[in-house]
Write a protein that binds this ligand. Structure first.
Ligand SMILES: C[S@@+](CC[C@H](N)C(=O)[O-])C[C@H]1O[C@@H](n2cnc3c(N)ncnc32)[C@H](O)[C@@H]1O
Length: 256
């Protein structure tokens, strides 16, 4: 039996349902997204910010580069990297349904340089996967009970540039009597605990429910300690989604 699924069939399949992201298909149509596109702004803002940092870091050399997109969901950013010309993109997500959806979108867009696999960021064998020029860790660490572990995995996977995007909490600073008034240590940042234990069925949520959300100061300090030589909070564009505009979420670039 011959495989008779055409590009038009794949696009029709994609258009027949609602997605987390508004994917622009080769036939000019855009996939319907959640709540009539209510969340599209956050995706477009993050795409713009990612584009800007890739442009200034690698302009014109993407065809020699590889990337890994941790928590790739339906592949919005993986597709963006492939469309920018990255030679190889590996998307990984804990949820099998996202891997299936990302595969459909990849095929509908004809982006054969994207590979997809199911995996939990805490279980990834970074040594076996090797290093990627660019590592994306977008919209994930604030859903995790071990965000530092995930950042360590991301560091191990990164050859040149890690981009982290996350919700952040207000920072706490000050000195702590650490065992005794004679041993005083400065706080380097904070984590806030968010309860997602009733939401683990949600497609965008944590898989375990206990979530540690960093402050910006905590994230920057940890990235420095993990060995990144330069760490920058990326500037939001003028028309940024409100959370990013007001610093409730940040995108941070960390160069090896
Ligand atoms: C808020 S979505 C963000 C998706 C995408 N990176 C973005 O920024 O638009 C969170 C994603 O993380 C995935 N996820 C949750 N826990 C994970 C884990 N432990 N390992 C890998 N992926 C995970 C979810 O399945 C979901 O696709």
């Amino acid at each position: 039996m011959t495989n008779s699924i055409t590009a038009a069939d794949l696009q029709a399949r994609a258009l027949s349902r609602t997605w987390f992201y508004p994917f622009k298909l080769p036939n000019g149509a855009t996939t319907p997204s959640y709540d009539g596109g209510w969340l599209d702004g956050i995706h477009h803002t993050r795409s713009k910010m990612l584009d800007a940092v890739l442009l200034r870091s690698f302009a014109g050399h993407e065809s020699r580069l590889s990337a890994i997109d941790l928590a790739c969901h339906q592949g919005w950013f993986s597709c963006q990297l492939a469309q920018r010309g990255f030679a190889r993109v590996l998307g990984v997500d804990a949820r099998a349904e996202h891997v299936a959806d990302a595969s459909l979108i990849r095929d509908a867009l004809g982006l054969s340089q994207i590979e997809l696999q199911q995996g939990d960021v805490h279980q990834i064998d970074a040594e076996a996967l090797g290093q990627f020029d660019v590592c994306l860790l977008l919209g994930l660490i604030y859903h995790l009970e071990n965000p530092v572990g995930a950042l360590r995995v991301a560091r191990a996977l990164t050859r040149q540039l890690l981009v982290v995007e996350t919700q952040v909490v207000p920072n706490m600073s000050g000195m702590v009597d650490y065992g005794s008034y004679q041993f005083v240590r400065p706080l380097k940042g904070s984590f806030g605990i968010i309860d997602e234990t009733d939401d683990t069925h949600g497609p965008e949520a944590s898989t375990t429910g206990i979530c540690l959300v960093p402050s910006v100061e905590a994230l920057l300090w940890i990235l420095g300690k993990l060995g990144f030589s330069r760490v920058e909070v990326l500037p939001p564009p003028a028309d940024a989604y409100e959370q990013i505009k007001h610093g409730k979420r940040v995108m941070v670039a960390a160069w090896v």
